[in-house]
Design a protein around this ligand. Structure first.
Ligand SMILES: Cc1ncc(COP(=O)(O)O)c(C=O)c1O
Length: 401
């Protein structure tokens, strides 16, 4: 993986005549493909990315196909396979290591349903800084014997040295987010995997906050499972998500959450036996969300076209500018202040964050509130000027409260 500094150098291209530094790709052309810029500045990619014209076209393509042909499952399933392949490429997995599911919650439930919590290895180690849904799933499997152990966070940050302290012979799974949804702080998943594997445990990574905005390499990270959906940095919408399962594990995993698309031959229409697909498709369940696959495909194509290295480089430049701008304006950052340790998501201490989010929206700036934090998360389509405008507007709003 390229080092962070070289990525930043690639990104920080100063073009003569332009008001500020620009990315090494055609930012204006990209922004023209996002109609939302006509009325608002989207800075909420940690929550929901904006619609691109090509994604709207993909939705229309599906509707036209349905309208004109009535039914075209061969083409629709091909679209699901394209989405699967694009996701696999984004995380450096093989096609046969990726299942298509509906949400990160569904992915976690499928994984839990493939594990045996009735024996002595029944504990799941998870930090209290995870997105709640994953923790809910592990706790719900308490009825099948799963027990949850917690790694505590301090001010939203996790000291990863806490994982080995809590790993033991009873740990079946370590569940760790790649980056925090609260403040963008990134965890060293490779290190966590190493510790977990030394203790004989598997690792489930929730990478919703990193896939699409930085290179994620499941082989380098050494993880066993990875789940992510499309709403945020993948420029898509809800209803489709992906689950990576390390190939070596597949033949021993039979998820109780299953369905006919998890079969070796879904179209044999036999009730028995439950013939598991050899690939990660055994984690597919029922008829896939075809319309969502069209949207996911278009979103991932847009991300892939710009390229993850260029995206990382540029969003780190934006992130650094954002952190600097907050410091200049005397606003308090929650979580890491060093752009090297986080995603582009920056959380700002803001007591009435939900109200401030609404006021910002009224003035054309899209942010995302969580508790006492206002989150700003630029993506590849943002410009330095977006950050300046958002921060100036934020200061005006805070002064008026
Ligand atoms: C890190 C993270 N994990 C999971 C989720 C939710 O996952 P899903 O709604 O797909 O289950 C989110 C946000 O919505 C998130 O930020």
């Amino acid at each position: 993986m390229p080092d962070v500094q070289s990525l930043k150098e690639v990104a920080a291209v100063s073009q003569p005549g332009l008001p500020s530094i620009r990315p090494p790709f055609d930012l204006d052309e990209i922004r023209r493909r996002i109609p939302l810029f006509g009325t608002a500045i989207p800075l909420n990619s940690c929550s929901q990315g904006p619609l691109m014209a090509s994604t709207r076209d993909a939705a229309t393509e599906f509707l036209d196909s349905w309208d004109r042909r009535g039914m075209d499952w061969a083409a629709w399933i091909a679209e699901v396979e394209t989405a699967r392949a694009l996701f696999a490429r984004l995380i450096n997995a093989s096609l046969d290591e990726v299942a298509v599911t509906t949400s990160v919650s569904a992915a976690a439930a499928s994984v839990a349903s493939a594990l045996d919590f009735s024996a002595h290895r029944n504990r799941i180690l998870i930090s209290d800084a995870e997105f709640p849904t994953v923790a809910h799933v592990w706790q719900a499997f308490g009825k099948y014997g799963a027990k949850v152990d917690w790694v505590p966070s301090i001010s939203g940050e996790i000291d990863i040295e806490e994982y080995p302290r809590r790993l033991g012979p009873h740990t079946a799974l370590v569940s760790a987010c790649h980056a925090s949804y609260k403040n963008g702080s990134r965890q060293d998943l490779a290190k966590i995997s190493q510790w977990a594997h030394e203790a004989g445990a598997l690792v489930f990574a929730d990478a919703y906050q990193t896939v699409g905005v930085e290179p994620v390499d499941v082989k380098d990270l050494g993880i066993d499972f990875l789940a992510a959906g499309c709403l945020k940095y993948l420029m898509g919408t809800a209803g489709i998500a992906f689950l990576y399962i390390r190939r070596e594990l597949l033949e021993n995993l039979e998820p109780a959450v299953t369905g006919w698309f998890g079969r070796h031959d879904p179209f044999s229409f036999q009730l028995t036996p439950v013939d598991w697909s050899d690939s990660a498709r055994r984690f597919d369940t029922g008829t896939p969300a075809v319309l969502n696959a069209y949207l996911a495909r278009a979103g991932m194509e847009a991300v892939s076209e710009v390229g993850l290295e260029a995206i990382t480089g540029w969003t780190r430049t934006l992130s650094e500018h954002l952190l600097h701008g907050l410091e200049e304006r005397g606003l308090e950052v929650l979580g890491p202040r060093d752009w090297r340790r986080k995603t582009p998501l920056t959380a700002i201490l803001c007591p009435d964050a939900a109200k401030v989010e609404a006021l910002l929206k009224g003035r054309g700036i899209l942010a995302s509130a969580r508790g006492d934090a206002l989150r700003l998360a630029p993506h590849f389509f943002n410009a330095i000027e977006d950050i300046d405008q958002a921060l100036d507007t934020l200061v005006e709003i805070l002064e008026g409260l």
